[in-house]
Design a protein around this ligand. Structure first.
Ligand SMILES: NC(=O)c1ccc[n+]([C@@H]2O[C@H](COP(=O)([O-])OP(=O)(O)OC[C@H]3O[C@@H](n4cnc5c(N)ncnc54)[C@H](OP(=O)(O)O)[C@@H]3O)[C@@H](O)[C@H]2O)c1
Length: 247
């Protein structure tokens, strides 16, 4: 992950780099002297990112649009031999009440962004990850991918799908010299959860722990309060579900 096999600085891609956890990744990686390409859909948010971080390469790209992601990867390939780190972070969640799901016009946007978007990104950047191997893929999942929340059931399902994908990718990409680290944070203090009155982990701490884990090739991390989830879910799954449902 050091980029030492090529002259110059290591290269990282961050999807959803214009806000929240993604923006904290961008800032941390620039501090570590990475060349950072960050994408998002809203150009004005990307402009604000570029104003704050003049060294970032901010690219407008919707990860649900495979041809847009292909163009993004092609533009990076014109400038770089390979990439050392791909951070699949772009995502979103909505509170959906399944008892009235018949009234919800769009029931699949979480799957499109959080799952299909990640698949598009990983597929299109895989040749560049291979070229730079040893290289690393980071997938931003969620504690709700392990224990689903009734508040965000479709989001939870999309993160469970992502967890499954990360598990098989880890197996398949290992012989190619690409590690896969999945981070499953608790509630993190970002604009997407501004309305929630609960304890929130600072995004910078999530990012610091994740980059450290990725540099060591750690498979999965549950930062902060989420660290209790795997054991609790194994020992007492019903209790884990009740606790998550309450919060
Ligand atoms: N905050 C939490 O409590 C929490 C906890 C666990 C996991 N996570 C995960 O962490 C990731 C980041 O969440 P966050 O809280 O930092 O959210 P956020 O502040 O809302 O940022 C989301 C970022 O993703 C971008 N994005 C959304 N849809 C996109 C698309 N289709 N194509 C490209 N970019 C897109 C957004 O930019 P545009 O809107 O301009 O596209 C923005 O830059 C998500 O995967 C989320 O599920 C968050």
């Amino acid at each position: 992950m050091t980029g030492s096999k090529r002259a110059g600085a290591p290269v990282a891609i961050v999807s959803g780099g214009s806000s929240g956890i993604g923006r904290a990744f961008v800032e941390a990686l620039l501090d570590q002297d990475y060349v950072v390409y960050a994408c998002g859909r809203d150009p004005s948010r990307l402009d604000r990112l570029a104003d704050a971080c003049p060294d970032v390469r901010a690219i407008t790209c919707d990860v649900t649009d495979r041809s847009a992601v292909r163009r993004f990867a092609a533009s990076v390939a014109r400038e770089r031999d390979g990439i050392d780190l791909l951070i699949s972070n772009a995502g979103g969640s909505r509170e959906v009440d399944l008892r009235v799901m018949d009234r919800c016009p769009d029931l699949t946007s979480e799957m499109r962004v959080n799952f299909e978007g990640a698949v598009n990104l990983i597929a299109e950047f895989l040749p560049l990850l291979k070229r730079a191997a040893p290289s690393a893929l980071v997938v931003v999942g969620s504690g709700y991918g392990l224990v689903p929340s009734p508040r965000v059931p479709l989001y939870s399902a999309s993160k469970a799908a992502l967890h499954s994908l990360a598990t098989t990718l880890r197996h398949d990409l290992k012989p190619l010299g690409i590690t896969v680290t999945e981070v499953c944070p608790p509630v993190v203090d970002t604009p997407s959860v501004r309305h929630r009155q609960v304890a929130k982990m600072p995004p910078e701490r999530v990012v610091a722990q994740t980059l450290k884990a990725a540099s060591k090739g750690v498979a999965t991390i549950y930062p902060g309060k989420a660290r209790f989830l795997p054991l609790l879910n194994r020992l007492a799954p019903s209790l884990a579900q009740r606790i998550v449902a309450r919060t």
